[in-house]
Design a protein around this ligand. Sequence first.
Ligand code: MEV
Length: 369
Amino acid sequence: MIENAIGMVSFPLGIATSFRINGKDRLIPMVIEEPSVIAAASKAAKIAKKHGGFTMKADESYSIGQIQVVDVNVKSAISKIKKSSKQILKLANSKSHTLSKMGKGAKQVSCKTIKTNSGPMLIVELLIDVGDAMGANVTNTMCEGVAPLIEKLTGGRVILRILSNYSTKRLVRGTATFDKEEIGGQKVVENIILAYQFAANDPYRAVTHNKGVMNGIIAVANATGQDTRAIDAGAHAYASRMGRYSSLTEWKKDKKGNLVGKIELPMAVGIVGGIVNVHPMIKVCTKILGVKSAKELACVIAAVGLAQNFSAIRALASEGIQKGHMKLHARNIVASAGIRSDKIDEVTRRMIKEGNVSVHRAKEILKEL
Ligand code: MEV
């Protein structure tokens, strides 16, 4: 899969349970090194199930390819591109017979001008329906394929030909209702909404709030072989779309006082291509998840992001994060204290009982044993 490989670093694979997404129950593979994330997602999913689970919807899988044109008379170039858009699309689509046969592929050409310190530039964008693939390769191939024609038509010079990871034509959105009684009553609901308002209005909190969302998203993306950097980059840019970095989720009360969460973000994922059909464990995970399309996968991933965010802010707005987190992290602490494997369980048990989880205490308990 990569160059100069010398080995593998493996991460734990777990299964989140209790998820109902668009009426379908799912077991969700998650790959993550952080304790408590999978437990938190499963707990949130169980609560959401009482009100039907997660209702999610994904856009068609439209990828955006960008072609940068310089040394050009932008105005006349735009009119030439517009006049020749059919020819450009035909050439782009000749680069993928698979997409063309499925009625997918390049659908639209558009132009925009950007002002730079080196003068105005023309950016030509291809909108490409990439079907069930993440689509980076086909997008780049099409951009490179049409670049000589764009140069010929505009008289300009093309430099970059590459997809944009800001996948705003490939959004996923969804909602879930969390019963007020299940989450500790009206006061907890109100505190969660106040916690959300903090994130919505302060970038320092929003980054951490969204980190919690990404705990869920990236873990499922890892398990299903996605390009997690593309998802991350797109998500954080989307969180800044209003001109200031803010929350990727939104939390409100419904008429009955239950908590309603919403999420919306770009989600460029695929179930064909990339390493999805190559890596044996990714194949197993995709089979466990049972998704039949990239859109379905996007819905699952965003639902886990919303679940994760719910659990994090619920804990933060009530008992605090450390109680549950340290309980689940205790074994790692004991192991890092260098304690023999046959003593790990007992030391962990005693530390949790005492509510004092630390390397120092782990060593003390070992001495006492
Ligand atoms: C920890 O991995 C994630 C949290 O910090 C998220 C949050 O603060 O909302 C708990």
